[in-house]
Design a protein around this ligand. Structure first.
Ligand code: ASP
Length: 443
């Protein structure tokens, strides 16, 4: 058995958290490859080391009068690591590393280099703590000249490097271009590194340890004590993440999906919880018909009405071109016989609305153009819906009982999700009603 374990920032924010991670790793000999994030927040008011590094680098590249702030911030970062080293009683000094970092900061080594040091140093500590080999991600995660990630090259190098390495720590979040210049992924990118390592070693599981016990069926700010999702498919996750569920970096899915490796989201603070298992496909019957319900507020809709529109060839295309020309992306497009509605992000649309309206008038001469704002979209997602009759019926009767008016309905033919548009102010009520009918009443 081979497992790749990635620990997020809050799981490695202090010596105490490191100890929890350490005992999780030692508990299972299959946990052979470890990908750490930089130390995160120890409490809600704390600052992540990655953010401190960005701030520190900003001061480093400014002139003279910022020198004081630069030194102060660097010292603060040093203290965070020293606290961990002392707490773990490690015989390890990062003095030399900090001298190099200081030098490179003053030489303006780049923002990515600066940010990457958070994971790099945490990796050194983790390797010393576990007695695992340390592999600098700059050696094994490859980017191209223009900072674009090179998936195949990385896989080649990583697989070769890890073939004969029994146990290793590989810091997350960064890699390097051919000449050695450090490049980072976008924020939260250690998730991606974990996924790449899992693919390279053909792991049995990619465990992603964080501070929640997996994905919840609904946002706990709306449904306190919402239950967690036991098993979710990649496709369901994609639908839910798109609408706002954020636990895992989106790009972390592709490498493991390609290799058929499941991801297990686990909670470092509650290791006995099973967390959420993310898989390609499963025969396991979901406990509830829906896997999750989520959504976002603040959409606007543009409804175009024209008699006989359905027989006018190229009508939709002409309307959509207006949005394209104005660089407005489209979220959904429910349509009727003589109407089509285009749903867009309100904030993105607002400044361009008059241009878009004029453009549509010119393009298709509609009978009526209508705008509506403050719309929320709710996605009800679940592989279980496909095999079950009456799901949409239950959703809409629950909403009607809750006095929520439905403004739009969109069901993909995959039957994996149903998208419902409601007024912004009905959003929370609608989520509650849907959660209750599919989850609370089924317990
Ligand atoms: N430390 C980086 C960040 O804060 C990357 C990560 O934690 O995944 O975004």
């Amino acid at each position: 058995m081979k497992k790749v374990v990635k620990f997020g920032g809050s799981s490695l924010a202090s010596a105490e958290q490191f100890r929890k991670a350490g005992s999780i790793i030692r508990n299972d000999s299959a946990r052979r490859y470890v990908v750490p994030s930089a130390p995160g927040k120890r409490n809600p008011d704390d600052i992540k080391v990655t953010d401190l590094l960005y701030q520190c680098y900003k001061q480093a590249i400014l002139h003279d009068d910022s020198e004081h702030d630069f030194e102060e911030l660097l010292e603060k970062i040093k203290e965070r690591y020293q606290e961990i080293i002392d707490g773990l009683k490690l015989d390890l000094s990062l003095e030399g590393e900090f001298r190099t970092i200081r030098e490179n900061f003053t030489k303006k080594a780049g923002r990515d280099y600066a940010a990457s040091r958070g994971e790099y140093l945490n990796g050194i500590i983790m390797a010393a703590y576990l007695g695992y080999e340390f592999i600098d991600a700059a050696e094994v995660i490859r980017f191209g000249e223009n900072k674009e990630f090179d998936a195949e090259k990385t896989n080649e190098i990583l697989a070769e490097r890890l073939k004969h390495t029994e146990k290793a720590v590989i810091p997350g979040f960064y890699g390097a271009a051919e000449g050695g210049k450090i490049v980072t992924f976008s924020r939260g990118g250690s998730d991606i590194t974990g996924s790449l390592v899992a693919r390279a070693v053909q792991a049995d599981t990619y465990e992603n340890w964080t501070d929640v016990s997996g994905f919840l069926i609904a946002d706990p700010r709306i449904i306190p004590n919402a239950r967690s999702i036991e098993v979710i498919t990649y496709r369901e996750l994609r639908e839910l993440s798109y609408m706002g569920a954020t636990v895992l970096h989106e790009d972390a899915i592709f490498p493991v999906k390609k290799a058929g490796i499941p991801i297990n989201i686990r909670n470092t603070n509650q290791p006995e919880d099973k967390g959420t298992l993310i898989v390609e496909a499963t025969c396991q019957k979901p406990r509830f018909i829906i896997t999750g319900v989520t959504g976002k507020k603040d959409f606007a809709s543009v409804t175009v009405e024209k008699a006989m529109m359905n027989s006018e060839v190229g009508f939709c295309k002409s309307v959509l071109e207006v949005f394209e020309k104005n660089n407005v992306s489209i979220e959904h497009m429910p349509s009727g016989i003589d109407t089509m509605t285009i749903i867009v992000h309100q904030d993105e649309f607002q400044e361009k609305e008059q241009k878009v309206l004029a453009g549509i008038h010119r393009a298709v001469e509609p009978d009526l153009l209508e705008l509506e704002s403050d719309i929320a979209l709710i996605a009800v997602v679940g592989r279980g819906m496909k095999a079950t009759r009456g799901t949409s019926g239950r959703i809409f009767s629950a909403l009607s009982h809750a006095n929520v008016n439905v403004k739009m309905i969109d069901q993909g033919s995959s039957e994996l999700n149903i998208i419902i548009g409601v007024r912004n102010h009905d959003f929370e009520e609608a989520i509650k009603a849907i959660y209750d009918i599919f989850v609370t009443t089924q317990l």
